[in-house]
Design a protein around this ligand. Structure first.
Ligand code: UT7
Length: 317
């Protein structure tokens, strides 16, 4: 599914962002004390040096959401919706977004979206659609605690994941002020077995095949988002990719002809935080002063499902 602008009368823009990470740092060296792995292997094959572990999906989401609302100067009571992207809810029933709403002191509708590591971009596009309909203010959060579903004795997955949350506050604008210029969402359900966890199980992954497909779907989501925005690769100022593996990011950028210097990478210290990785990287990019007013920022995610999503945002903060 692909689309560009809204209904011609309204648009959306990002007005605040924030992130949260657990305190507990697990280094590669620490993992190597219990697993047959090494700091060198993990850094060379993934780019990850350490990850943050712990907390609950709801508390991380509340902390990131509160930070985004504060940046935006937005009162939780003025929110029209909270959308929480998570693949690791605290409970099967109800959705974790309700606990986040209560924790933030909001009263609005709140619901979860699960499209694995693409989920935050899916949720951002959904928020955009609601804002061009008639909502005024929406909080979009990506939060995951994948460490609960990792088999810590399996070196092929244990070294990859971390916990955390990131969030953006969005508001409605006129069509001229619209900042979500183009987007793309994809899913190939026939690839489910490449990456999954049963309800009471651990993450199972065919790493090499996920890597191969990830590069292809990232490229497709980027190209189709740009096409719908009427922009070209050269117009992209900053790329915020899903933070799974530095080699996936560099391979996709090479295929697209995007300078790797345009990417934001926080995975050396966060690991793969699934739904949280893109809003966390976005928040970090803002902190580093890499997002200038008018910059074209390309978000791109891929994940279990197998899903993918891209969104081209003109930065307005
Ligand atoms: O959000 C999406 C989540 N998932 C992903 O993005 C994962 C995508 N895939 C990847 O990132 C990579 O495929 C991995 C990092 C998972 C693996 O890297 P690779 O370069 O594809 O390694 P490989 O699976 O081909 O394994 C090469 C060797 C194997 O040993 P042998 O058979 O050659 O003797 C593995 O058993 O490396 C071994 N290996 C390890 N060695 C040390 C696998 N994991 C480890 C490890 N430490 N942690």
């Amino acid at each position: 599914m692909t689309a560009s602008l809204g209904n011609g009368f309204r648009g959306s823009r990002v007005v605040g962002l924030g992130m949260a990470v657990p305190d507990r740092v697990v280094t590669n060296a620490e993992l190597a004390t219990t697993l047959d792995t090494s700091d060198e292997w993990i850094i060379e094959r993934t780019g990850i040096k350490e990850r943050r572990i712990g907390g609950t999906t709801r508390q991380l989401a509340i902390d990131a959401g509160r930070a985004a609302l504060e940046t935006a100067g937005m009162d939780p009571l003025d929110l029209d919706s909270i959308i929480l992207s998570t693949t690791t809810p605290d409970r099967i029933i109800p959705a974790t977004a309700g606990a986040v709403q209560a924790g933030l002191g909001a009263r609005c509708p709140a619901f979860d979206v699960n499209a694995a590591c693409s989920g935050f971009v899916y949720a951002t596009i959904l928020a955009h659609a609601m804002l061009i309909a008639d909502a005024e203010r929406i909080l979009v959060i990506g939060a995951d605690t994948l460490s609960r579903f990792v088999d810590w004795n399996d070196r092929t997955t244990a070294v990859l994941f971390g916990d955390g949350a990131g969030a953006i506050a969005m508001e409605a604008t006129s069509a001229e002020g619209n900042a979500l210029l183009g987007w793309h969402m994809g899913c190939d359900g026939s690839l489910e077995e490449l990456l999954y966890s049963d309800l009471d199980g651990y993450i199972n992954m065919e790493g090499k095949e996920v890597f191969r497909k990830a590069v292809l779907v990232m490229e497709e989501s980027c190209r189709r988002s740009l096409e719908k925005a009427g922009l070209s690769i050269e117009d992209v100022d900053v790329v915020i990719p899903h933070q799974a593996n530095a080699r996936i990011i560099s391979t996709a950028c090479k295929r697209l002809g995007i300078d790797i210097e345009k990417t934001v990478q926080i995975l050396p210290w966060t690991g793969n935080t699934s739904s949280a990785s893109i809003p966390q990287a976005l928040t970090e990019a803002q902190r580093q002063g890499r997002l200038k007013k008018g910059s074209n920022v390309l978000l791109v995610g891929f994940g279990a499902g197998m899903t993918s999503a891209g969104a081209l945002i003109r930065w307005e903060l």
